[in-house]
Design a protein around this ligand. Structure first.
Ligand code: ZN
Length: 181
């Protein structure tokens, strides 16, 4: 039986680069993410160890944002992962081998297996609750190569929807490789 590792206080790697503190508000609706009843998602992108962008979305805004993607794109993303990652196995083995050592969960690209230290660009994803990091499929790390491969499969409708969300989250200098997965 799968025993989910105990959540841990949000590790610094998921904290805001801008404030040096955990992100407190949803990037879209502004709700308080530290409310213990609320689940939320953090996505951070790094290049040569520098933070390129970061955001946190409450579970509702995340679901609404995901629903803006075309059905075709969602299917592409789903099959991209299901053909390459056995998420149940990852969850099971991660819990057994890494427990709640978040660094081990994110030590390699979840798809390609490259060590994080060898990925010039990568993104990390964490599922959180009340300021804690939860362990299920996430936390995980995706190399820049994976992000590119996925972006290449998205419809123009989805790319437009994602860039609209990116504009709302970041305003000027909105990143083009925001991927809400
Ligand atoms: Zn929200």
């Amino acid at each position: 039986m799968l025993t989910q590792p105990e959540p841990i206080p949000l590790p610094k790697t998921f904290w805001s680069f801008e404030t040096g503190q955990p992100i407190e508000k949803c990037g879209l609706c502004g709700c308080n993410l530290l409310n213990p009843d609320l689940h939320y998602v953090i996505e951070k992108a790094f290049k040569e160890r520098e933070t390129i962008f970061e955001h946190a979305l409450c579970i509702d805004c995340h679901a609404v944002s995901i629903s803006q993607m075309s059905i075709e794109s969602m299917e592409h993303i789903r099959s991209y992962f299901s053909e390459r990652v056995d998420t149940e196995k990852r969850q099971f083995e991660g819990a057994e081998q890494f427990s709640n050592d978040h660094e081990q969960w994110m030590a390699h690209c979840m798809v390609k297996g490259y060590p994080a230290s060898e990925c010039g660009e990568y993104q990390i994803y964490g599922f959180c609750n009340g300021g804690n990091l939860i362990f299920d499929v996430a936390p995980y790390l995706l190399s820049g190569e994976v992000i590119e491969e996925i972006m290449d499969q998205l419809s123009s409708e989805t790319i437009d929807a994602l860039s609209e969300i990116s504009d709302r989250l970041f305003g000027l200098d909105a990143p083009k490789d925001l991927l809400l997965i």
